[in-house]
Design a protein around this ligand. Structure first.
Ligand code: 5RP
Length: 224
């Protein structure tokens, strides 16, 4: 199975957990997009759900597929959210935000009864940190936060897209922080969360209830 097929297999396995009547959180990224396509196909076949997207891109995709999209103010609970990841370690800790949506993703995940993470095999790592940790910051603070991220031991850079700063759906900037191996993700998460100007970081600790990983030999399931 190539990487695309691994993503699709994980997405398919996750979509099987969606039942009629559920409020479903829809993640962001290329793996999540495959999942949204599969949800769209099931809706076409009669599945009755409403969905809370984690980005404008996912909202547009879902609406285009005929999935009923609602905002957080319209639901009291999210039954299940399915999302991708950039890295997942053996303790099911994640780095997310490669697609720049981790702020909304974390909000939706935190309001969900269950979070299923879907990924291809290469996202499984022994230690988080080879992927640059995305940190969403208010634009006013970005310049001041760069040396602070450096002081934490990373090489920080403001994310660029098409030769310009990349802005998130919430109008913020992202500082991608190259830490290398992150020895203590819990400690780093707390440090980042308490820095003025930081809106949200991409460390998701104690969020994933299940991880479905597409591999050469099939989908592997990990549960918290
Ligand atoms: C977006 C994310 C994505 O889930 C993550 O970047 C994985 O993306 P992909 O499935 O394209 O590899 O966190 O903010």
């Amino acid at each position: 199975m190539n990487e695309d097929a691994q993503k699709l297999a994980a997405a398919q396995a996750a979509v099987d957990y969606i039942k009629d009547g559920m409020v479903v959180g829809l993640g962001t990224g290329s793996t999540a997009a495959k999942m949204v396509d599969l949800v769209g196909a099931r809706v076409k076949d009669g599945l009755d759900i409403v969905a809370v997207p984690t980005s404008e891109a996912t909202a547009a995709q879902a609406k285009g597929l005929g999935i009923k999209v609602v905002g957080l103010d319209e639901v009291s609970v999210i039954d299940l959210t399915i999302d991708g990841t950039d890295e997942v370690d053996p303790e099911m800790r994640l780095i997310k935000g490669g697609g720049g949506a981790h702020l909304r993703e974390k909000i939706v995940a935190s309001l969900s009864d269950q979070l299923i993470i879907i990924a291809e095999n290469k996202k499984m790592v022994d230690t988080l940190g080879a992927f640059k940790l995305p940190v969403e910051v208010v634009p006013f603070a970005a310049g001041a936060l760069l040396p602070k991220m450096e002081a934490l031991g990373s090489e920080p850079a403001i994310r660029q897209k098409d030769g310009d700063n990349f802005y998130t759906d919430e109008g913020n900037l992202i500082i991608d922080c190259a830490f290398g191996a992150i020895d203590n993700p819990e400690e780093l998460a707390i440090t980042l969360s308490t820095m003025a100007g930081v809106v949200e970081h991409g460390l998701f600790i104690n969020f994933a209830d299940m991880v479905l990983v597409g591999t050469e030999t099939g989908v592997k399931k990990f549960e918290a």
